[in-house]
Ligand binder design. Structure first.
Ligand SMILES: Nc1ncnc2c1ncn2[C@@H]1O[C@H](COP(=O)(O)OP(=O)(O)OP(=O)(O)O)[C@@H](O)[C@H]1O
Ligand SMILES: C[C@@](O)(CCOP(=O)(O)O)CC(=O)O
Length: 358
């Protein structure tokens, strides 16, 4: 049996802008995972703790995929993409039947908590199938295959794929969004085996070191955010806000510089600037962003003079803060609990990406 652990993510900087070509963002993989177990079997069967069981009877994936419910579309797109890729390979290995189990620790009581479970599920599915068929792959190939699969699903196709970047690379990633139009055009006539090898216009994806004495603190608002509906609203805006894109890009760059120079005061300053920018942008675009819990979260940062911000699309999910180790005994976490914000004991995941076991 093969076992894989794929990390979830939290956005550090670059939200919303990150969905546009060449825009930078910084995403942290966190040490909470989705676990995959894959083993040889007589038939193909997938068991998910979230969705139940999915069976394919004659071992040919493509023609017999039928939706049991909408949520299986992600798994279906992953299976189809893997199958297309396998067939494209020179000396393509035979498709082998398998049982795959998926157990997620990125949800709480079956509810999403904004830790990027869709990206981690796709990355884990593709990595499990590649490993199981003994097809060697790099982190960037895994990112590209999982991205190609998600682009097939309208609901996920306009996201930044920052969660996919974090799930495939682990650690802290510095990421520029690829040109989606170019990829979609290439998908119409290029072989997948080639498309995952060649450079993608504008794509930048690399791990960046993060100071070990800057401790991540995460506050969960206990209400799930609907990131997708915010992205749909954004897509309906006819004009791109060039000022916002430029300002976001400049600030993400300044944040990565502060991190690489271990400059705590710049880090705090630039995080608060990008938070203000996001508040202005979401207001102007009429996107739901601050909730009472997130406002209380931001007030707590000011009160304790700590760097931090809302992580991701807002309107629920998580806030992130950082403290310098050795940390003074702040009653920050007690303050959060009093406001209904649940501290989540999360750390940045190691940069090795997925961990494999037998
Ligand atoms: N355990 C799982 N088994 C199978 N599919 C899963 C599992 N967990 C998540 N998924 C897939 O991911 C989808 C959830 O994606 P969604 O974008 O709503 O949440 P998220 O990625 O966790 O949140 P966010 O984008 O805010 O970080 C589910 O509908 C399903 O398709
Ligand atoms: C708003 C956005 O930039 C970040 C969403 O982050 P989250 O899924 O809410 O953690 C969307 C995206 O990057 O796909």
């Amino acid at each position: 049996m093969l076992k894989l652990q794929v990390p979830g993510k939290l956005f550090l900087a670059g939200e919303f802008a990150a969905t546009y070509t060449n825009q930078p963002s910084i995403i942290m993989a966190i040490d909470r995972y989705i676990e995959f177990k894959i083993t040889a079997a007589e038939t193909i069967e997938i068991n998910s703790d979230l969705l139940g069981t999915y069976q394919i009877s004659n071992n040919k994936l493509q023609p017999i995929l039928k939706a049991q419910n909408d949520d299986w579309s992600l798994i279906q797109a992953g299976l189809q993409t893997f199958e297309q890729f396998r067939r494209d390979l020179p000396n393509a290995p035979e498709l082998k039947p398998f049982h795959l189990s998926i157990e997620s620790h990125l949800n709480l009581n079956q509810r999403k908590i904004g830790l990027g479970s869709s990206g981690a599920t796709m990355v884990g599915l593709i990595a499990s199938l590649l490993q199981f068929h003994q097809i060697s792959f790099s982190k960037i190939m895994l990112f590209k295959l999982a991205t190609i699969a998600l682009l097939k699903i309208p609901k996920f196709s306009n996201g930044s794929m920052g969660d996919v970047a974090a799930a495939s690379f682990g650690g802290v990633v510095y990421y520029h969004k690829f040109d989606r139009t170019w990829v979609q055009k290439m998908l119409q006539n290029d072989h997948l085996a080639n498309l995952v090898q060649i450079p993608w216009p504008h794509l930048v994806l690399k791990n960046m070191p993060f100071p070990t004495t800057w401790q991540l603190l995460v506050g969960w608002t206990q209400s799930p955010a609907d990131t997708q509906s915010s992205l749909d609203t954004m897509q309906r805006q006819k004009q791109l806000d060039q000022h916002f894109l430029q300002a976001s890009s400049d600030l993400v760059w300044a944040i990565q510089k502060a991190i690489s120079q271990k400059n705590w005061s710049d880090f705090r300053l630039k995080l608060s600037e990008i938070q203000l920018l996001l508040i202005k942008y979401t207001n102007a675009q009429h996107l739901p962003y601050q909730t009472p819990a997130l406002t209380a979260f931001l007030n707590s940062l000011e009160h304790f003079n700590l760097p931090g911000k809302i992580s991701g699309a807002g309107n629920g999910d998580n806030g992130i803060a950082f403290q310098l180790l050795p940390a003074p005994n702040l009653d920050l976490l007690a303050t959060w609990r009093n406001q209904g914000i649940q501290p989540l004991p999360l750390k940045i995941a190691p940069a090795k990406g997925i961990s494999y076991g037998i």
